[in-house]
Design a protein around this ligand. Structure first.
Ligand SMILES: Cc1cc2nc3c(=O)[nH]c(=O)nc-3n(C[C@H](O)[C@H](O)[C@H](O)COP(=O)(O)OP(=O)(O)OC[C@H]3O[C@@H](n4cnc5c(N)ncnc54)[C@H](O)[C@@H]3O)c2cc1C
Length: 294
C-alpha cells in the first residue's frame, strides 16, 4: 500500500498518508492475476466516493492504518477506469470478515475485507480522478515497478539466511566449502551448495539493478519482473535445498530452515506470480501488448 501511495500520490497526499502503514487490496474472489477484472465499484457522491465490493488475501489488512483499495469508476470503460483509494482503518462500511490460515508468513495477517456503502473523502483517490482512456491503467500498474524489487529482495534475504545457516551446519558436519576451488573437485554437498550460491547471486544482482532503477525513477517494468521471477523461484529452490542439505536439522522446527522454506513460496506468488512475470518479460522483449500476448 505504501508503494502505491509513493508511486501515484500527489505531494499533499504524500504528506497526509506517507508516514502511515498502508495495506493493498487488489485481489477479489473472482480474480487474482488478471487485475484488470476488478469489480469493486467506486461511485462519486458529492465530495465522497462510495465503495462496494469484497477484497480477499489482503496482507496486513487487519493491522495496517489504512488500505489502498483498487476499484472501478465505470466497469464498461475497462482498465482506464480503475483507480485506487486510501481507506482509513475504522471507516464505517469497511469490515474485516476473517483472517486466513496459511503455509507461510504466519506472523503477517491476511484478511478478507468487505466494503458496503463505504464512504471515503474524494481527496483520498490516488492520482487523477479523470479517466484517461489512452494510458489510464499505467498509473496503477506503476505501483508494481516499486513493489516487485521489494518482494525480490525478501526472497534474496530468506535465501541468504538459509545459505548462511546451512553453511554452518555443513561445517559442523565436517564439510568445508571452498569458494576458490572448482565445484567438481569438492564433495557433492559442497558442489550443490556452490550451485545454490550462483543461483542466489544472479537473483541478487537482478534485484539490485531493478531497485536502483526504481530509486532513480528509470522505467524498470521489465527489470522488476525479471528480478521478481528469478528471485521468487530462486527463493523457493534454495531454501528447500537447504532443508535437504541440513537433513533432520533442516526439517525440524527447532531451527529456522523449515520456516524460511515455507515463507519463501509466497514470494513467488504475490505481486504477480512466476508465470505472470515471465509473461510481462516476454511482452517487453517481443514488443507485444497485453492484448496480443496473454
Ligand atoms: C499470503 C498471500 C498474501 C497476499 N497478499 C495480497 C495483498 O496484500 N493484496 C492483494 O491484492 N492480493 C494479495 N494476494 C493475492 C495474490 O496476489 C494472488 O494470489 C496472485 O496474484 C495470484 O492470483 P490467484 O491466486 O487468483 O491465482 P490465479 O490468477 O487464478 O492463477 C492460478 C495459476 O495460474 C497461473 N496463471 C494465471 N494467469 C496466467 C497466464 N495468463 N499465463 C500463464 N499462467 C497463468 C498463475 O501463475 C498461477 O500459477 C495474496 C495472496 C497470498 C496467498
Amino acid at each position: 500500500g505504501n508503494s502505491a501511495i509513493a508511486s501515484v500520490a500527489t505531494d499533499e497526499q504524500l504528506a497526509r498518508f506517507g508516514p502511515t502503514w498502508a495495506a493493498m487490496a487488489i485481489t477479489e474472489p473472482s480474480f487474482g492475476s488478471d487485475s484488470a477484472a476488478i469489480s469493486t465499484t467506486a461511485v462519486k457522491d458529492g465530495d465522497e466516493y462510495i465503495l462496494n465490493g469484497e477484497k480477499i488475501f489482503v496482507t496486513a489488512g487487519e493491522r495496517a492504518d489504512s488500505v489502498v483499495v483498487w476499484a472501478t469508476l465505470d466497469k464498461s470503460l475497462g482498465r482506464a477506469a480503475i483507480k485506487s483509494f486510501v481507506v482509513q482503518k475504522g471507516t464505517p462500511g469497511m469490515k474485516v470478515e476473517r483472517l486466513e490460515h496459511k503455509l507461510g508468513i504466519r506472523a503477517s495477517d491476511t484478511a478478507v475485507i468487505m466494503f458496503t456503502d463505504c464512504r471515503v473523502p474524494a481527496e483520498n483517490i490516488l492520482g487523477t480522478p479523470e479517466i484517461d482512456l489512452k494510458g489510464g491503467f499505467a498509473g496503477a500498474m506503476a505501483t508494481f515497478d516499486n513493489t516487485r524489487p521489494l518482494v525480490a529482495a525478501m526472497a534474496v534475504g530468506c535465501a541468504r539466511a538459509s545459505l548462511d545457516l546451512t553453511r554452518d551446519v555443513l561445517k559442523q558436519a565436517g564439510i568445508e566449502i571452498d569458494y576458490d576451488k572448482p565445484a567438481f573437485s569438492q564433495s557433492a554437498a559442497a558442489a550443490t551448495f556452490l550451485q545454490l550460491e550462483a543461483d542466489w547471486e544472479a537473483a541478487y544482482l537482478l534485484t539490485l539493478q531493478s531497485a536502483w532503477m526504481a530509486d532513480n525513477r528509470e522505467p524498470n517494468s521489465m527489470e522488476a519482473s525479471m528480478a521478481k521471477a528469478k528471485a521468487g523461484r530462486m527463493g523457493s529452490d534454495v531454501t528447500l535445498r537447504c532443508v535437504e542439505l541440513a537433513g533432520t536439522l533442516g526439517y525440524s522446527e527447532t531451527d529456522l530452515l523449515e520456516k524460511w522454506g515455507r515463507d519463501s513460496k509466497i514470494l513467488d506468488i504475490f505481486e504477480g506470480t512466476q508465470q505472470i512475470q515471465q509473461l510481462i518479460v516476454a511482452r517487453r522483449i517481443l514488443g507485444l501488448t497485453s492484448a496480443e500476448l496473454k
